[in-house]
Design a protein around this ligand. Structure first.
Ligand code: FES
Ligand code: FES
Length: 185
């Protein structure tokens, strides 16, 4: 006789970095644990496991999300992008390249989350989203300059125990400038 279906687990299909992965998961499994423990995508890091450090940040449909606070079952049907999916073959994503060029890391543990956040920050800023330190939040004012203060505020959900913040902020600024240059070209 076939075993009775479990009411606490299901087969789900996750779309990660453009590839579909079908796996059985306990409904309580976080997206972070599914990535790391079930799919060997260990680039996404576990720091606090309670939404406070940003080490586990991934992109969900292009928006940043802390994967330790997302249930894997709730990520079904979304486009999940992890640090492993950013480079184009041997060509690093421009934000990865900026972190490399400007030493935006020390031990590197927080770096995948920092880079995923930075990609979303640059998009959010270009789309005109204000931050808590934006002076003029009227829609017609347009995006504020991406000043060091704006970058620090927008990246404040990503902690770095090595304290590489100065270089991280410079790397985000450089990647944002490169993107603006690309758009203007
Ligand atoms: S591990 Fe998810 S926010 Fe710290
Ligand atoms: S580079 Fe070590 S925690 Fe950020």
């Amino acid at each position: 006789m076939a075993p009775a279906p479990s009411s606490t687990s299901s087969d789900i299909t996750l779309n990660i970095n453009g590839e579909k992965h079908t796996l059985p998961v306990d409904h309580r499994t976080t997206l972070l644990d599914a990535l790391r423990e079930r799919l060997d995508l260990t680039g996404t890091k576990k720091g606090c496991d309670q939404g406070q450090c940003g080490a586990c940040t991934v992109l969900l449909d292009g928006r940043r999300a802390v994967s330790c606070l997302q249930l894997a079952v709730a990520a079904e049907g979304r486009e999940i992008t992890t640090i492993e999916g950013l480079a184009d073959g041997d060509r690093l994503h421009p934000v990865q390249q900026a972190f490399l060029d400007l030493d935006g890391y020390q031990c590197g543990y927080c770096t995948p989350g920092q880079i995923c956040s930075a990609i979303a920050v640059i998009e959010e800023h270009a789309a005109g989203w204000p931050s808590a330190v934006t002076d003029d939040v009227r829609p017609e004012a347009g995006p504020p300059p991406l000043s060091p203060e704006e970058i620090r505020e927008r990246m404040s959900g990503n902690l770095c125990r090595c304290g590489a913040y100065v270089s991280i902020a410079q790397a985000v600024a450089r990647a944002a400038e490169a993107k603006t240059g690309e758009a203007a070209a």
